[in-house]
Design a protein around this ligand. Structure first.
Ligand code: PAF
Length: 282
């Protein structure tokens, strides 16, 4: 399996492959790969001749130093996992210096307000950091398609917007959330949860499911108040936000319109670890 750590070399490789009319899929990751990532990689392999998986913990998208430092890094394990999946995978694992060339800052983006709510409200500068790194990957690899998990649904919509604004000729594909058997959305961060918390973390998904069951008969405010009180009574989880929002604009659903699609979005702290999840409501 080819592993690149230089932008230039990866770019030259992609260009050569493109000349041979080979299609390229891109799966950007921050490593600590789990079966959620592997499902993205398999989908990308089924739709392209080969797949570039980037493994890079991007410092500019972290607003807390502690969160960046504690982010799990399991490079050798990640590579072994990918080797088992297919030979048609190329890994891109650059250093921070290679990417940022001594200037570890984000570019500034205009995402039509998609970045102002939810994650954007609670994680200062996060989406500028995501935009910066994903734009760089898209320009370096020039893939036909790039794959992102719907767990980070707001990120997915923002990346779609960025590809449109920057006129990047790549199809952005969203892939369904993979869940652990009891319902917790798969995330590299789950590794940092204690056994007890992990055992009870189905509470997040079951609350989302209950919110979905109420959607249609209760207002967004009533559902939000109910979710808030459920979390207030739970000893292990602290709710940061729960929001019912329009899927496309991500604006809060003040009044439910028949022809719009809505999702419930949630961010929760457990053991000092921040977990997010979401669920389509209609
Ligand atoms: O979703 C992630 O893991 C990251 O935000 C991404 C898209 C790889 C950019 O660093």
């Amino acid at each position: 399996m080819k592993i690149f750590d230089r932008k230039k070399e990866l770019n030259a490789f992609s260009s050569e492959e493109r000349k041979k009319d080979r299609t390229i899929g891109l799966v950007p990751t921050m490593g600590a790969l789990h079966s959620g990532h592997i499902s993205l990689v398999k989908k990308a392999l089924s739709e392209n001749d080969f797949v570039v998986v980037s493994i890079f913990v991007n410092p500019t998208q972290f607003d807390k130093k502690d969160d960046l430092e504690k982010y799990p890094r399991t490079f050798q394990k990640d590579v072994s996992l990918l080797k088992e999946v297919s030979e048609n995978i190329v890994v891109f694992a650059p250093s921070v210096d290679e990417i940022y060339e001594g200037n570890v800052t984000s570019k500034s983006y205009e995402f039509d307000g998609l970045d102002k709510v939810m994650e954007g409200e609670f994680r200062n500068g996060h989406f500028d950091g995501v935009g910066t790194i994903v734009e760089l990957f898209l320009r370096t690899v020039a893939p036909d398609r790039a794959y992102f998990g719907e767990k980070d649904f707001q990120q997915l919509q923002i990346i779609r917007k960025m590809a449109e604004i920057k006129d990047l000729p790549c199809t952005i594909i969203g892939c369904p959330i993979k869940r652990e058997p009891h319902g917790l959305a798969m995330s590299s961060r789950n590794e940092r949860l204690s056994k007890e918390t992990r055992g009870q973390a189905d509470f997040i998904y079951s609350t989302l499911l209950a919110a979905k069951a109420k959607f249609g008969t209760k207002s967004a405010k009533e559902i939000t108040d109910w979710v808030t009180s459920e979390f207030e009574q739970h000893p292990l989880f602290r709710l940061e936000y729960f929001e019912i929002a329009d899927e496309n604009t991500l604006t809060p659903a003040l009044k439910i319109q028949d022809n719009q699609k809505y999702r419930a979005f949630i961010a929760v702290y457990a053991d000092g670890v921040r977990l997010i999840d979401n669920l389509r409501l209609n």
